[in-house]
Design a protein around this ligand. Structure first.
Ligand code: AMP
Ligand code: MG
Length: 478
């Protein structure tokens, strides 16, 4: 049975200046590293066929199935605060859209699939490190319940890619509710192409916010989903690392897993990315940066918000400032749940902040501390546990007012994961893969698919890095 995919490519029907049509560049010897069977089925694909020659040919970009309309999307973006009027897919091809089993429109995109008119000096390729990293972290985020792009497959290319040295090449097949970014709007706005902004807005509303009416309501909707998204990141100790406007998704998904990382030891100023010299994208800065990015988004829509420019600015500013309320509510909801609180009291914020302050003072492991609240081992994450014990007395008293610690513990284990993609484990899995051993990668994938279950056989993957194991820097790895 041949591979047949019912593509319905709405982005390809937008005006020509939205993208460049071109096929991926074929690779020498594609070989499937991993296929996400569950996601494939959700998309209505037959995993068996995807594993076959035709499937791998599609997933590597070597042959496009009928109905695919491959294209590279145009976008702009602020990178570390500096505006770049033209970025675009320099190493990615949107091959088409499908409607999944739940009736949701999904982009199928290849990343590392060759040069495009947006490649600038880049080679259009990816090496196996960032491909496996994105596969692992995006799928872990999904399992943790965070809105995110997904990984459908990773394929090795049989070609070398030149980075610091010669690295094995790979292609990631990525699935997303769209690849529309704040930077996509900026691409048209900076060209004063109001008709372009208008067409993109109509497409975005139809696709992501069918209930929304008009530009101002769209700003409000995106502000709300971004506030919830960043609160989820904060609740997991996740640092995106490169919150540029081209990496800010209009539908509220986490996108672009470059130098991202989960903290081990908690400190609000933590930064991993080697290129983030001034800590612009540090853990605690993420909400503010989201506001900054949303202000750029609102700016693109000003001419569509009101003909009177002052009125447009005033309305847009108010809509962006609503972020604070959405975020504070989402953050409290997130951390109340992490402490097992089912009710709300005025002192809850102080209680949460009291724990975080003690964790920061002692560099307690973020994930172990919160998970430990479910089984009485949280104090073990502290070098001087008396500080935790003092806090725990207040916490216990607080829980006693609503049913007690024991009743809360099952709830706590459902929201505080035992397993996150720890940096040192990601690096170990990538190192092994580069030397041809994919077993640690597959094991991590399997364990991270069930992050809230104790998996005693895999306790090593839940443990914080030992002395000398901690990874302090991550790289864009493009
Ligand atoms: P990112 O760091 O993934 O957000 O990428 C920023 C921009 O650089 C995007 O326009 C990418 O398409 C482009 N880019 C990154 N790596 C490459 C590469 N190897 N070849 C061509 N373009 C690239
Ligand atoms: Mg990007």
């Amino acid at each position: 049975m041949p591979l047949q995919i019912a593509f319905d490519n709405s982005y390809a029907r937008l005006p020509d200046r939205f993208f460049a049509r071109l096929a991926p560049e074929p690779v020498a010897a594609p070989s499937l590293i991993r296929l996400n069977d569950a996601l494939a089925e959700q998309l209505g694909f037959d995993p068996g066929l995807l594993r076959g020659a035709e499937g791998v040919a599609m997933l590597s970009g070597n042959r496009m199935p009928s109905g695919a309309e491959p294209l590279a999307q145009a976008y702009a973006g602020h990178q570390f605060g500096g505006f770049v009027p033209q970025l675009g897919d320099g190493r990615a091809h949107l091959i088409g859209e499908v409607i999944d089993r739940q009736g949701r429109r999904r982009d199928i995109q290849l990343k590392g699939s060759g040069r495009t008119p947006f490649s600038r000096m880049g080679d259009g390729r990816a090496w196996v490190g960032p491909v496996l990293r994105e596969y692992l972290v995006s799928e872990a985020m999904h399992a943790l319940g965070v809105p995110t792009t997904r990984a459908l497959a990773a394929v090795s290319t049989g070609e070398w890619v030149m980075r610091e040295g010669r690295m094995p090449g790979a292609v990631l097949a990525r699935v997303a509710s769209s690849h529309i970014r704040v930077g996509t709007f900026q691409f048209f706005a900076v060209r004063q192409d109001i008709e372009g902004v208008r067409a993109l807005m109509a497409h975005t509303i139809a696709r992501h916010y069918p209930e929304v009416d008009g530009a101002l309501a769209l700003v409000r909707a995106v502000v709300a989903v971004q506030a919830r998204l960043v609160a989820r990141w904060m609740g997991l100790g996740f640092i995106h690392g490169v919150m540029n406007t081209d990496n800010t998704h209009i539908g509220g998904e986490t996108i672009d897993y470059g130098p991202c990382a989960f903290m081990d030891a908690y400190h609000p100023e933590t930064v991993f990315s080697s290129i983030d010299q001034f800590g612009r994208y540090a853990y605690a800065n993420q909400p503010q940066i989201a506001v900054w990015n949303l202000a750029q988004f609102a700016t693109c829509l000003l001419p569509l918000i009101d003909d009177d420019q002052d009125a447009a600015v005033e309305a847009a500013t108010a809509a962006v400032h609503d972020f604070a309320d959405h975020y504070q509510a989402a953050w409290l909801h997130e951390f109340r749940a992490k402490l097992g609180l089912a009710t709300a009291e005025d002192g809850d914020r102080a209680l949460i902040e009291g724990l975080l302050a003690r964790m920061a003072e002692q560099g307690a492991d973020f994930t172990r501390t919160f998970r430990g609240l479910a089984d009485g081992t949280a104090r073990d994450a502290f070098a001087a546990p008396e500080a935790f014990d003092a806090w725990a007395r207040d916490w216990t008293a607080r829980l006693d007012r609503e049913g007690g610690v024991a009743a809360a513990q099952a709830r706590i284990a459902q929201v505080n994961p035992a397993f996150i993609p720890r940096n040192h484990q990601l690096e170990a899995a990538i190192g092994a893969a580069v030397s041809g051993d994919f077993a640690p990668f597959h094991r991590l994938c399997d364990v991270l698919a069930r992050p809230f279950e104790d998996q005693p056989r895999h306790a090593d993957l839940g443990a914080p890095p030992g002395p000398g194991e901690a990874v302090r820097q991550t790289f864009c790895g493009t």
